[in-house]
Design a protein around this ligand. Sequence first.
Ligand SMILES: Cc1cc2nc3c(=O)[nH]c(=O)nc-3n(C[C@H](O)[C@H](O)[C@H](O)COP(=O)(O)OP(=O)(O)OC[C@H]3O[C@@H](n4cnc5c(N)ncnc54)[C@H](O)[C@@H]3O)c2cc1C
Length: 292
Amino acid sequence: MAWYEEFEPIVKLNEPLGPYTWLGLGGPAEVLATPHSLDQLLELVKRCAQEGVPVRVLGGGSHVLVRDEGVPGLVIRLADESFQRIRCQGQLLTASAGTRLAHLVSAAVEHGLGGLENLVGIPGTVGGALRTNASAQGNEIGRWVRQVVLLTHQGEVVTRDQSELLFGYRQSNLDELLVLEATFQLEPADPAELTRSMQKHWIAKRAEQPSDQPCAGYVFKNPRGYDAAELIEQAGLKGTRIGGAEVSSRHANFILTHPGATARDVLRLVELIQSRVREHAGVELELDLEIW
Ligand SMILES: Cc1cc2nc3c(=O)[nH]c(=O)nc-3n(C[C@H](O)[C@H](O)[C@H](O)COP(=O)(O)OP(=O)(O)OC[C@H]3O[C@@H](n4cnc5c(N)ncnc54)[C@H](O)[C@@H]3O)c2cc1C
């Protein structure tokens, strides 16, 4: 009996991952699981550890490019409502990892808690935002984290306090298997002011970025002292297209995809951007988008 058969109600075999990602392309997961409870998740992870099955976690899929060949092993999505809870206690807001970042930001604003409001408009989940230390205008989500609950590859639940956590530019030391939940310590503020500020940031973000087409955002890291989007624009690459993948004309650090695009198109465009920027500015662009 294959290891996944006992998890039949929550797994799909050979499930295309494109529809679960913002780029909308790429091959299937050998097994895709959407557990309905923490117990189910623990059983699943322990079973994979025993069987030596590789496990990955997909959040909102806004920062992942799935190769056309697909992904071996198990991909877990924390999309069930049991992984999307938010609770508030004084200045502390706790969110399960599958919660949309947008919902966390709105909940903070409604409770009159400031700090997260300019992260509005960043797609994806709380888990993905923490792993990538999502940020806007220098405000990194990691700065507000007080405690994180993680699940190890062996299926153990561990808690890490602020003093054990490290967040840097587009990275964190949350390198256990997955984040289960996080508690944020925020600052009391006037909800009406916070709402205005959130709306202002939302409008600015919508104006700056492409929003109506499948895409990947902040594809490359900003090299020290440079802005990746400016380097790409200065290399004359806005609007450049390979197959169904195109450099956004609105924000050059975004790649858009058109119907029929493949992951290979995106990867070829990434290589072209890197080589043109190298020739033009002598700067090496490092991918921030994760390739699966
Ligand atoms: C239109 C657009 C705008 C964007 N704007 C911004 C921006 O302003 N600022 C910014 O920083 N980024 C931005 N991004 C990039 C991206 O949205 C962020 O990195 C986001 O936080 C990723 O979250 P996700 O849930 O979609 O993660 P995914 O893409 O699903 O995964 C990204 C990584 O996080 C890991 N992960 C996901 N869930 C968990 C979990 N529960 N536990 C542990 N690891 C997990 C995945 O395994 C993977 O390694 C933008 C992207 C797009 C498409």
